[in-house]
Every structure is written in structure tokens, then in C-alpha cells.
Design a binder for this molecule. Structure first.
Ligand code: HEM
Length: 399
């Protein structure tokens, strides 16, 4: 097949024809001019995730920083060695075990009422208008507010928390002025001081929140340091924010394209979990995940040298006809399971139960409280490499 470059993976409203071509004609393909590799078939993506000893995660953070400012790179709160999403065994195994003690079903279940209450606060504001943007009015603020709450942040600090977390996650593609960089660094310092205070406080006076759970986590006498608790709080914020936002946006977008399904789900909300699951397959927010080869790796007869970036195309694997018959059909009754929307293997999303619950509750409440809505203009896809999501989804309430 013709050469393809990285921008063809980024700048496209509909990446699926390209993914289908890759799967059929070049399932292990090197991109030009940067030399990254992409694997696009379900079986090969699973292989990549199953072999962390061949394809590691530790160095992948660097690819997100390609063109941002040096000072931001050095000061990155999520570059922190204590975080685990970019770590490999054995460090990853240890931190993940400790983190998972804070994600036990009881801890997730206790959030259900809060998720519903926060969702309804945003829907109250939506109902006061005739037109709304699902992204700005619900999908963007809901996950960040929830994570702030999960972490135990005082609701009166929500606006500060949003500002600080935005500054922490700047991974700009373009150039920033010195003043902009200074402002981001100052905001990060405030955020760090804020977390240090919370961690100190929860160690002394534990509450029913995740920072307290992480401070108390104990696996065979092993405990997290305060720096590790801070690193994990940052990773939860990063991993659980925009992904959940785009799960809600992409799910609604697919639902609007399938009006008969919308009616069916309205009539029978018990179908919502199957709908959320199918939308994670059909239009999942995590489009791709990078890994680094630790040695020569041969996949489907193609040999990739050591120290190469390999992009596992989750969004393509989830439309692979070898795994999901008639993959471009949105079908909430399909029997084939095992979509890769939350990844696979040792890095499988720790927050999946929470994300599924947020998705279910958001759709239950939206459909229950807004009996009829329709599109009100064009929705536009964001030009991101790793994420698939909408910039806005304008809707109007049909009264
Ligand atoms: C629909 C929403 C979400 C999607 C699509 C999603 C997707 C993913 C994917 C694909 C991975 C695997 C990364 C890899 O293989 O390198 C992952 C990892 C992770 N996710 Fe999620 N995620 C979502 C929500 C959340 C939430 C709500 C949280 C927590 C608040 C969370 C926390 C994490 C963490 C901590 C990891 C790293 C796990 C590890 O490295 O062991 N995610 N997520």
C-alpha cells in the first residue's frame, strides 16, 4: 500500500476506511517519515499487549512531549516515576496491586449515588435552556468533577482544581510563549502544594475517599509513599478525565445516528449497559496506545528492530471482521465480546468499572429527564492522535 504518515492517523473524521486498508494490506506497517510502526489487527494488538517483555510501556511518555517546552517536560507531574501507567514490571506490578485496593467493588459502588447527583446537577442546567452542547454542558465537566470528588477535593475548590488539572495536562503540539509556560508552571506548583496538604491531612485523618484509601493501602506490609499517592492521583485524573468525556460524546453521537435504537433504549433502559459496551467497541475514546520494542520483534512475518515505537491501533482492532463479524454495524446484541476499548493485559484500565458506571448513569439520566432531543448543528472530531472524540455536540431540546 502507499506510504502513510502520522497525520493521516490524526486528521481524519472517519479513520475506519484507512484502518480497514491497513488490516487487509499492511497489518504491520512502518509510517513515514518518523519511522513509527502500527499494528492494526485484533490478534496482533492483543499479542503486543500480552508481551510487555517485548513491547514495553516505560518510555512511551516521551512521545507525547515531542514538541512541547523543555521546562514543561521536566516539570511534568505525570512524568513522575511514581506513576504506573508508563511503568513496566516489576515496578508496575507493585503499584498496580496497591492501586487496585482502592478500586474494590465496594469503593466503586459507593460512588453510584454521587455520580447520579452530579449528573443531575448538570442536567438541571441543561433543562433551563432550549439548546445545549452535550460536550461542554455535561461530558467535559462530569468526569473531572467526579474525579475531584473521588479524590476527596472540597467542592468549593472545583474551579481551582479544573484550572490546575488543565495546566498539568498540557501536552501541546505547538509553541507556547514564555509567559504561558510560566503560568502553567505556577499553576502546577499550586496543584502540587494542594495535593501535599491533602495527603498529609488524610494520613492523619482518613475519610471515605480515594486519597485516604491510597494512603492506607497495604499489600503484605508494602505501602505507598506520599509521592506515589500524588503520582497516582495525577494518573487517575489524566486517565479518567478525557476518556470518559469522549465515551459519553461518542456514545451519544452513535445513538443519534441510530434513531430506532434511541427509541428502543428509551423504552427499555435495561439495555443501556449493552449500548455503552457496544459504543466502546464501535467508537471507543482510546484510539491507540504506544509501546517500545525492547528487542527485535517479529509480528506477522515483519521484523521490527529494537527501540522502535509501535502503535497498537485499538480502534482498528475493535473493527476487525476476524473478531467482530460485520464490524461497522452498531449492534448492541452482538455476542462477540472482548473489545479492546479498555486495553488488554497488565495495563488493562483500572478505572473500567467506574467508567462503565459513569456511562450507564449519564445515559440513564439524560434519556429519563430529556424526553426528546435532536441534533442542532454539526459535530466536529478533534484532531488527536491517541483519543477519538468530539469538540462539540450541539443539541436542542424538542419541547
Ligand atoms: C471510557 C473511559 C476510559 C477509557 C476508554 C479508558 C481506556 C484505557 C486504556 C485503553 C488503558 C490501557 C493503557 C495501556 O495499555 O497503555 C487504560 C489504562 C488506565 N486507566 Fe483507563 N480508561 C477510561 C477511564 C478510566 C477511569 C475513569 C480511570 C480512573 C479514574 C482510569 C484509570 C486508568 C489507569 C490508572 C490506567 C493505567 C493502568 C495500568 O497501566 O496498569 N481510566 N485506560
Amino acid at each position: 500500500m502507499a506510504t502513510i504518515d502520522i497525520s493521516s492517523l490524526i486528521n481524519t473524521d472517519d479513520p475506519y476506511p484507512l484502518f480497514a486498508e491497513l488490516r487487509e494490506r499492511a497489518p504491520v506497517k512502518q509510517l513515514e517519515p518518523n519511522g513509527w510502526w502500527v499494528v492494526s489487527r485484533y490478534e496482533d494488538v492483543v499479542y503486543a499487549f500480552k508481551h510487555p517483555e517485548l513491547l514495553e510501556n516505560g518510555r512511551t511518555m516521551t512521545i507525547y512531549w515531542s514538541s512541547s517546552d523543555e521546562r514543561l517536560r521536566e516539570d511534568s507531574p505525570i512524568n513522575n516515576k511514581a506513576t504506573m501507567a508508563f511503568a513496566d514490571p516489576p515496578a508496575h506490578t507493585r503499584i498496580r496491586k496497591l492501586l487496585m485496593t482502592a478500586f474494590v467493588p465496594r469503593a466503586v459502588a459507593r460512588l453510584e449515588d454521587r455520580i447520579r447527583a452530579i449528573t443531575n446537577e448538570y442536567i438541571d442546567q441543561i433543562l433551563a435552556k432550549d439548546e445545549f452542547d452535550l460536550m461542554a454542558d455535561l461530558a467535559v465537566p462530569l468526569p473531572i468533577t467526579l474525579i475531584a470528588e473521588v479524590l476527596g477535593v472540597d467542592p468549593s475548590l472545583r474551579a481551582d482544581f479544573k484550572r490546575w488539572s488543565d495546566a498539568s495536562m498540557v501536552m501541546t503540539q505547538g509553541t507556547l510563549t514564555d509567559a504561558e509556560v510560566d503560568a502553567i508552571l505556577a499553576s502546577r506548583r499550586e496543584f502540587r502544594a494542594f495535593f501535599q496538604d491533602i495527603i498529609r491531612d488524610r494520613r492523619a485523618r482518613p475519610r471515605e475517599d480515594m486519597i485516604s484509601d491510597l494512603c492506607q493501602a497495604d499489600v503484605d506490609g508494602d505501602r505507598l509513599t506520599s509521592e506515589e499517592v500524588h503520582g497516582l492521583a495525577m494518573i487517575l485524573l489524566t486517565a479518567g478525565g478525557q476518556t470518559t468525556t469522549h465515551m459519553i460524546g461518542n456514545g451519544m453521537n452513535a445513538l443519534l445516528d441510530h434513531p430506532e435504537l434511541l427509541q428502543e433504549i428509551r423504552a427499555n433502559p435495561a439495555l443501556i449497559p449493552s449500548f455503552v459496551e457496544e459504543s466502546l467497541r464501535y467508537e471507543g475514546p482510546s484510539k491507540m496506545m504506544p509501546r517500545y520494542t525492547t528487542q527485535e520483534v517479529t509480528i506477522r512475518g515483519v521484523t521490527i528492530p529494537p527501540d522502535q515505537i509501535v502503535i497498537a491501533l485499538l480502534a482498528s482492532a475493535n473493527r476487525d471482521p476476524a473478531q467482530f463479524p460485520d464490524p461497522d454495524r452498531f449492534d448492541i446484541t452482538r455476542e462477540q465480546r472482548g473489545h479492546l476499548g479498555f486495553g488488554y493485559g497488565i495495563h488493562f484500565c483500572s478505572g473500567a468499572p467506574l467508567a462503565r458506571m459513569e456511562g450507564r448513569i449519564a445515559f440513564e439520566e439524560l434519556l429519563r429527564r430529556i424526553p426528546s432531543f435532536s441534533r442542532n448543528g454539526k459535530s466536529e472530531w478533534l484532531p488527536y492522535l491517541g483519543l477519538r472524540g468530539l469538540r462539540q455536540l450541539p443539541l436542542k431540546i424538542d419541547r
